[in-house]
Design a protein around this ligand. Structure first.
Ligand code: FAD
Length: 411
């Protein structure tokens, strides 16, 4: 059977795009240069963030920006040599985070997030992946009463506007809920709706296996070889050249390299992040975000995974896991972390856009070419939703949500 669609990139976003197309009866080849789910979709905190109705904004408080500039923050840091290319994007990110603009962006964002559980649920069930998923939410722990009060006010506002659910725990209730914590914190906010995954890369694998079971082809190849053809698109793979009428670029942080060669100047940048696992200590029942230090401690199959905030650096620049060292110190104030599992920390790249929304839709100047990337902090959450939206756009069927706010033409 001839291939209808080439999907380039087998992270959470590409895997879900391929699967959503295959479920609708299309003949699809999923192309990656390595095994599926080995990059950003492997190393994240594994939270399906139903509460993340508002995307991660650029901080508006000058004190926070100054802390980052002076490298006093654990949450965010930067490479000096990346600044010439990153600062223009960060200025646009800051501009889009101004209250009025941000409110409109958050409305568009929430329309995707609101479908994340139902879309994952369908794929989890078909892929026999239920044992990887905890449906118990996650907690935000606070070191100060003031931070907890501010977060509670914000959470109540999100509940009233978007219907997301949470519970506040005082110090005793948190200690009872998470007996592994040795720190006595003032309390925590428990987001009740999100789910968490004990091995994010394995969930991508399950989705890809389901895609293969439905007749999809997983092929090794380099997306950089993509070429337009009279009848559509061609890519070189280890199985030889593959042609299809449609091609979807779902290369996450690497999407900008390919789209630039096709003449698109999209405002993309990466926020790098690190993780390391620890074994042999107490566990946690659900992930814990240490809000004031910007790290997550997540219970995973491989041990407790500590993940970091943002490092602004060039994609492919050498690893500088300073932030992870600081995050480890902060995490050890909360829980014992005896044995690191990896000698070298994992490093990944959150694929970000200046207006915080993913880029999904037809390429403006290339018929049959589609974009699906830029999912920033929530690509693991949004893979099934954006995969479905892309499949519906390619088919021309009624889309789950209006795709206009995510169109590549908006820049
Ligand atoms: C520390 C950290 C914590 C995070 N926590 C969460 C979280 O809790 N919840 C959440 O929703 N999101 C989280 N995220 C964000 C999330 O991980 C990303 O948004 C998401 O994984 C992006 O998925 P993707 O499929 O777009 O990209 P990727 O997973 O990076 O996939 C891109 C794929 O493209 C392939 N590729 C690249 N170049 C080529 C080429 N030339 N040829 C062929 N293939 C190529 C790669 O091999 C890769 O498989 C976190 C990110 C980080 C870094």
């Amino acid at each position: 059977m001839p291939t209808d669609v080439l999907v380039l990139g087998a992270g959470m976003v590409g895997a879900c795009t391929a699967l959503q197309l295959a479920r609708r009866g299309h003949s699809v080849a999923l192309v990656d240069r390595q095994a599926p789910g080995r990059e950003t979709s492997y190393g994240n905190a594994g939270i399906i963030q139903r509460e993340a109705v508002e995307p991660y904004a650029f901080p508006r408080e000058w004190a926070t920006v100054l802390d980052v500039a002076l490298k006093r923050s654990v949450d965010a840091t930067y490479h000096l040599d990346a600044l010439p290319s990153v600062v223009p994007q960060l200025m646009r990110y800051w501009h889009e985070s101004a209250p009025g603009r941000y409110a409109a962006i958050a409305r568009d964002y929430s329309r995707l997030i609101e479908h994340c559980l139902s879309e994952h649920d369908a794929l989890i069930a078909e892929s026999n992946a239920a044992q990887l998923v905890r449906k118990e939410g996650y907690r935000v722990g606070f070191r100060t009463r003031a931070a907890m009060d501010a977060a509670a006010t914000n959470a109540a506002d999100l509940r009233d506007r978007y219907g997301v659910r949470f519970e506040l725990l005082d110090g005793d209730a948190l200690a009872r809920a998470e007996p592994g914590l040795h720190a006595r914190l003032p309390g925590a906010l428990h987001w009740l709706d999100p789910w968490s995954v004990s091995d994010p890369g394995a969930l991508v694998d399950r989705y890809v296996q389901r895609f293969i079971d439905l007749g999809g082809r997983l092929v090794q190849g380099d997306a950089a070889s993509l070429q337009p053809e009279a009848q559509g698109w061609q890519v070189r793979t280890t199985d030889g050249p593959l042609q299809a009428r449609h091609a979807v670029i779902a290369l996450g942080p690497w999407a900008g390299e390919l789209t630039a060669t096709l003449g698109y100047r999209l405002p993309l940048f990466v926020k790098r992040g690190y993780h390391r696992h620890y074994r042999g200590g107490p566990g946690l029942r659900v992930p814990l975000l240490d809000a004031e230090r910007g790290l997550v401690i997540a219970p995973m199959a491989a041990g407790l995974r500590v993940t970091t905030g943002a490092e602004f650096a060039r994609i492919g620049a050498p690893s500088t896991p300073v932030q992870l060292g600081q995050a480890e110190i902060a995490a050890r104030e909360l829980i014992d972390l005896p044995e690191p599992v990896e000698s070298v920390p994992w490093l990944g790249n959150r694929p970000c856009t200046v207006d915080m929304k993913p880029i999904m839709g037809p390429a403006p100047r290339h018929p049959g070419l589609w974009f699906n990337f830029g999912h920033s902090h929530q690509g693991f959450t949004l893979g099934p939703v954006s995969g479905r939206l892309l499949a519906e756009m390619i088919e021309g069927s009624q889309p789950l949500v209006d795709p206009a706010p995510y169109s590549p033409t908006r820049f």
